[in-house]
Design a protein around this ligand. Sequence first.
Ligand SMILES: [Zn+2]
Length: 373
Amino acid sequence: MKRNQIVLGKVMNIPIGVDHSWFLIFILLTWMLADSAFPEKYPGMPVWQYWVTGSIASIIFFMSVLIHELGHSYFAMRYKIKVKRITLFIFGGIAEITAEPKKASQEFWIAVAGPVTSFLLALIFYLISLATESIKPVYVVFSYLAFINFILAVFNLIPGFPLDGGRVFRAIIWGYTNDFEKATKIAAMVGRFFGFTFILLGAFQIMGGNVIDGMWIAFIGWFLESAALSQLQIHELHKLLAGRTVYDAMSKSYAIVPYDMTIEELMDNQILSRGRRFFIVRMEDGSLGGMLTIHSLSDVPRHQWSITKVEQVMIPFSEIKKVEANYPLLEALKQMDKEGVNQLPVFENGELTGILSREDIITFFRTLHETVR
Ligand SMILES: [Zn+2]
């Protein structure tokens, strides 16, 4: 989500971003309000007023979503958990919290803060709407905002992980059982259950002729289901990889090529015929000097392949992130994500001992998954 977003600024020292998908939902919501919802409920206003009230209601609604996320963030920061950024996207908002809470009670307060914030906003908007009943366009905006924030709070309290309610639910099970793993698993399964329920509800709506609402409900259900499923998979991955080291998963055999081999020779003899994707380069003095990936070859134009030596293209070990063989595997995977690389050279006592690639980790995970059952 990082690439497709526009940064709006900072609130409480947290960068606020808007994902491109957000514009679609903003336009859809404004259009829905101005073209049908408001005219049906409050007839008799000039058309332009519906569009102005629709746009203003949309903007304040998304500000409400942002305030909801700030509610979560406030509590996270109170517990010294850093909030990397808040992003608004098609399904609302996400506050990216950099670490899992350490205690069930912390998770409870961070999660519950969002819906509570939305309830408070609903109440404030409701009071404003009461006070402005005689000014129709203002009343229209605030009574809608009161309603939508109330819905947002209730929807988020559905006890399916990763919704707020699911986190509250997980925190409660976690608090009672003292078992974070088990709590995550139960909460994610309940999340999937609600996801499927929404998909079914949506399907019934569609069959009943209510196509747009039905599709929307089914879409939310699908989103919920897949989010819960990926949480279960991450949970499974963590469970299986916990306690494993880089050494367990790395490839111990790797191709070594001489420093003076040309790219063309490398392509013909190694990449095309043997399907290898990365190489270690042996230098003139016999030492292992660096690593070469298919990726790094893409910078060399085709016509220079016959005159470029691997030595010129390789990334020297001194410039690459490396890992120690006894390093925790999960940490290494996190590091690969952070650096955006697909493989890391593995060192032991200062000497290259293997290569760890994402494929190695996946293969290792599959083998474990099949044997540890
Ligand atoms: Zn929330």
